[in-house]
Design a protein around this ligand. Structure first.
Ligand code: ATP
Length: 235
């Protein structure tokens, strides 16, 4: 399993008070895939991704990342880049300075950031030299994605990176994720829009009320009869 980026087995999460956000979810993600986690609000996507990022603990089942059982241990999580929600950047610093600062603040050696490679993959261009306070929402979100790409992690996990973006910004985000996967690395990304998963992802897992309801390649899912029901539910 050491070569498999993600294996989830019978994953479950009950929050305090006993509310079950995720129930018996199993799937795997292979290298080079862009896996979309699709589902309506409250389906449990964020909960599943936060477990994958090592931010919260499952109450049942397990997650293996490159064969290692995931716990918040640096040895595995150093291979995972995460985008949770637009983090607070320092508005009076340039995009580049913000990224350098966050890398240093994470205690990483300065030479290892592969900063230029991450910037190119994220498609930030020359705007990286501008102050963050001049950035559009789309630029900020791509800066956050570039931050997750620092060090070129083998697995990139992104929770709704296109939330709040307009169609051209969504296209740019898509291109960035595709470029990343084309390097042979792996991307897991959540969305509540079927069309977005269709255009961005190679594979898809559909969740509803905490459970996995469909999975497969995007082409398989779209041709399956269930895709009609899926589209009504989440599209
Ligand atoms: P969204 O797109 O709205 O973020 P989601 O699919 O990501 O939805 P989750 O955020 O994982 O879904 O939430 C799943 C369910 O778990 C929701 O009903 C939510 O209210 C509940 N939940 C999330 N976090 C907590 C928490 N810390 N404590 C209790 N319940 C929670």
């Amino acid at each position: 399993l050491a070569d498999v980026p993600v294996v989830l087995s019978h994953l479950g999460k009950a929050y305090g008070g006993g509310f079950r956000a995720v129930t018996d979810v199993s799937f795997r993600v292979e290298r080079g895939q862009v896996l979309g986690l699709l589902g309506p609000n409250g389906a449990g996507k964020t909960t599943a991704l936060r477990m994958l990022m090592g931010l919260i603990h499952p109450t049942e089942g397990e997650i293996r990342v490159f064969g290692h059982r995931i716990t918040p241990s640096a040895s595995v999580l150093s291979r995972v880049g995460a985008f949770v929600e637009g983090p607070g950047f320092l508005p009076h610093l340039s995009g580049r300075d913000n990224l350098e600062l966050s890398w240093a603040a994470a205690g990483r050696p300065s030479g290892d950031a592969d900063l230029e490679a991450a910037l190119e993959l994220a498609g930030l261009g020359e705007s990286i030299e501008r102050k963050v306070k001049t950035y559009s929402q789309g630029m900020r979100q791509r800066l956050a994605v570039a931050q997750a790409m620092l060090g070129l992690p083998d697995l990139l996990v992104l929770d709704e990176p296109t939330n709040g973006l307009d169609p051209p910004q969504i296209r740019e985000m898509r291109e960035a994720l595709r470029r990343y996967a084309a390097t042979g690395r792996t991307v897991v990304v959540s969305s509540h829009l079927l069309a977005e998963v269709e255009q961005t992802c190679t594979h898809c897992v559909v969740m509803a009320r905490g459970r996995l309801v469909a999975q497969g390649s995007v082409t398989e899912l779209l041709s399956a009869a269930t895709s009609v029901a899926v589209a009504i539910d989440v599209g």
